[in-house]
Design a protein around this ligand. Sequence first.
Ligand SMILES: [Ca+2]
Length: 295
Amino acid sequence: MRHFILGTDWWTDCDDAVAIRMLARAHKSGAICLDGVVINACMEDSVASLDGFLTLEGCENIPLGLDAEATDFGGKPPYQKRLAPFARRYKSNADAEDAVKLYRRLLAEAKAPVEMVEIGYLQAFAALLDSEADEISPKTGLALVKEKVSKCWVMAGKWDADGEKENNFCRNGRSRLAGAAFCEKCPVPVTFLGWEVGFDVISGGALSREDYLWQALADHGSPEGRSSWDPMLVLLALTGDEERAGYTAVYGDARVDAQTGQNYFTPQDGGRHAYVVKAKENAYYEDLINQRIAN
Ligand SMILES: [Ca+2]
């Protein structure tokens, strides 16, 4: 059984919700185990709305963590107000475990390799890498990741040219520093899926109008479907292999400028980083995502 920990901004956009349905369904069917979810952008209803969404998806026992200091991303997503009343376990942000503590606890307890799926900002992951020994584990965060994590799948960056800017790295000072630190320090293989891959792959428009996931897309202003950055990253992670998932992987070393958030890539055989380039038509990915989220 493959194990995953998800990091999500669960913020103003709705593609996280599409992606989380895909992971939740894979978890519920027994295909994978979703060990926990960390929210890395903190809004008034972040935790309650995610608990509400997972409850509606039939996944009521997945632990949630939050970076409660990440209140500086701005925005007011209406979909969260709509989902928060469905919360059962986590009624407010205060009910969630600290993001780094949850990462550390899940990794310390892990008996099998864990794959990290990141579809938001990287500051909580970067803080994990910097974390020291504590009551949860005598190991540093870096050592825990090295020992327990087999692979990171990350939606971030724009890789079709050097010096490009993408939201998950560039949003604010916190995300820029985190992107730079993550690329520099993460000790295990990382595959990035960039902005250029997902922007013109549109999913979710065929959902039933009675579906609360469709309502989240509509609340975002995307009733006919939304760009598929996060769902494509999750589809890639669930497939578990870049080529089988319909991509060409370019290996090398990724770098993010800590001041500007611009990303750079130096191709190199055997590099610890990769970014993916689509090898199929957009409809290929759209159909697979829409099948996985359909009622
Ligand atoms: Ca996201």
